[in-house]
Design a protein around this ligand. Structure first.
Ligand code: HEM
Length: 180
């Protein structure tokens, strides 16, 4: 681990990289979420009663900055054509006693605020707030479940959207990428 002055100088030269693993010390509050850290890649399938089923590739990273949250970044692409699909980015906040909060923003004009729990290697979240930009599609609530088993991350997303009750939208299986 680098000395504090050396870390400060390194971060000053590379402000967007200063949370590179190995530079910042993991905040103790984030330790229960450390099983998520790293890069993940895989595929998922989506359904909703109002749309055709679809399949996608997905890339996810969870990284830390030494503060009590993880930075979460995700992007997806059509499994067949490679065209960009959904993307989202946000912060998974460790708020103590097995509680977590997630804040997310999406280019589709939707924001999500969740609260939930971390138990072992499983995170369960439900929205307390969903924000929709004036031209975004209607989304009232979401639930996200995520678990890691070895080097495999699986998640499910359900949403109450387009006037429907809570209904399955996404399920994916991602594999941990070797650190380069
Ligand atoms: C892996 C992430 C996701 C992928 C690949 C994905 C993909 C899709 C696709 C292909 C559609 C149908 C075409 C369209 O309307 O654009 C769709 C519809 C939709 N998605 Fe997702 N989605 C993802 C995550 C989400 C999330 C997190 C939300 C809510 C916050 C969401 C909300 C919606 C809504 C509201 C619709 C419109 C349904 C309709 O028009 O009847 N999606 N999604």
């Amino acid at each position: 681990m680098r000395e504090a002055a050396s870390v400060a100088a390194w971060c000053d030269r590379r402000p967007l990289l200063c949370d590179t693993p190995g530079v910042s010390t993991l905040h103790p509050a984030v330790a229960p979420l450390s099983f998520l850290l790293g890069s993940w890649k895989g595929t998922g399938r989506g359904t909703y009663p109002t749309i055709d089923d679809f399949a996608y590739r997905e890339w996810v990273t969870f990284r830390h900055t030494g503060k009590p949250f993880l930075v979460y970044e995700q992007r997806t692409a059509d499994l067949t054509s490679g065209a960009p699909m959904h993307a989202e980015t946000g912060y998974l906040r460790a708020v103590g006693a097995g509680r977590v909060e997630l804040v997310l923003a999406q280019p589709s004009g939707i924001t999500e605020v969740h609260e939930g729990t971390v138990e072992g290697q499983r995170v369960r979240l439900a929205t307390t707030e969903v924000g929709v930009a004036p031209t975004a599609k209607r989304v009232d609530a979401l639930e996200r479940d995520l678990s890691v088993d070895g080097d495999v991350l699986r998640y499910e997303v359900r949403m109450a959207a387009m006037g429907l009750p809570m209904t399955h939208h996404l399920a994916a299986e991602l594999h941990r990428e070797a650190e380069g």
